[in-house]
Design a binder for this molecule. Sequence first.
Ligand SMILES: [Zn+2]
Length: 517
Amino acid sequence: MQQQHPNRRYFSDDKNIKFLLQASNDKQQQSHVQHRLLWGWLCHHASTRLLLSPNETTTAAPSSVTQNPSVHLQLNAPSQQQQQATASETTSSSSTSISATNQNDNTLPHQPANKTIQVLKYIHTNGTVYQALNTPPDKFQAFLKYLGVHVPIPTNNNIQKEHPFQHYQVNATQELRDEWRALWKQERLLTDRTELLAVYPSDQKRNTLNHDNKSKDRLSDKSIPKRGGFSDHLYLYTERLLAILRDEYTLHKQAHHSNEESWLLSWLQQHYERTQQLRQLSTMSNTTEQLGELKRFLEWFRIQFPYYYDRCASCGASYKEDSATQESDPLQASFLGYIHPSSNELSGKASRTELYHCHVCRQFTRFPRYNSARHVVEARQGRCGEYSVLLFTVLRALGQEARWVVDWADHVWAEIRLQGRWIHLDPCEAAVDENAIYQGWGKQQTYILAFYAPPRGFTTSDYPLIQDITNEYTTDAWSVIQKRRDESEAEVRQAIQEATEKLKEQLTSQSYLIEHV
Ligand SMILES: [Zn+2]
């Protein structure tokens, strides 16, 4: 097991994402950990078939994290944008409660504590409305430039007072979310996190209650789970698994036309010379041999599917690489925010697209978060969200029992079942059976759940469909894990049971999930 370096300090925000801050003597290790963790919030999932991914949550900080004395560093010093925004005019533009503000949020998307949303609005002379959520003005301006919208820029010295955008701070209401979703679909919204737009089961429950009963105290009914809490995310991940299985079915259908077993399998056979060994893992004589074969495969996989940061499609520059020695935040420089996928991207089941603005050539690069395995294979551009799903689907195509594993904090990977044991496989790290790796990064495991589906053609399951396996990836005592959670043991168990039943029902009732191909 890896030991945490004594000189290493982490920043933890309210979603349990840590940043390596202080210099460790081990520069290589430091850089590696930093990249992984810094990008973790972007990395998480390629999202669900529901509108969006829940990876950027607004859940409260686990107490063990917030009370950590090493958690002290502000991510951003006040910036020019902040100063600009301070002087910008505040505007009220809707009937919902919009409070005037003299502050701007020029911070990373996961800025803790303040849950109000910073809105920038631009109304074109033709009346068209554009908005940006939790985005600094210069990035909003770049987004508008990307859309080809000309924004008159003030030319006098006192630029602050001439700010071209309306700027205000809101608490997200149902009405505002609806408004943002509409703008999003019209490709006129830029946002720092798509969670703001997600449709959660708790939203729907709240709507129903609001509709049924206008009484104020009913609105705060305790039976409604917190928005973006454990059960909301569990629901979205379950939906995600179903979407993966639907996508898998599509791959089988595509293969069926060409008399192949699976499009993915034939792709693998063409590109990976030891595919046959992977299919016959269970016949290997010992565990060492099996793990070696898997390690070899993941090393290959990682080269085929490199981890995407921010590489410019025009000139190849990467702010992350260029700024690696400057301790600066690549997101601040090149990542503008999330936008709605184009129709082409939608065909790869992308639910959101990241937009980058190159620091060298000033060109824009789109990074669609594909959910279709075939699109991921062809684009070769992804993070753990895409690659964990691809690996999971590949393992299933190989005839192996596999699970898709979600760490609520910021990571996803897969597992394979060999000799009666689930074995950890991380495609981004090319890690095999290294369960302690994440703890070695300084992460505090809170929720790690495995999602299983029986092999195609089977309607009964040998293993739990959804299993809380947090303790498999940490040496922390169960009581310590519990303390980090917002939900009680009983609530977690009940949510898992409900999600499992829903999943089971889908697996047995939907012909596309069980049909033999
Ligand atoms: Zn460039």
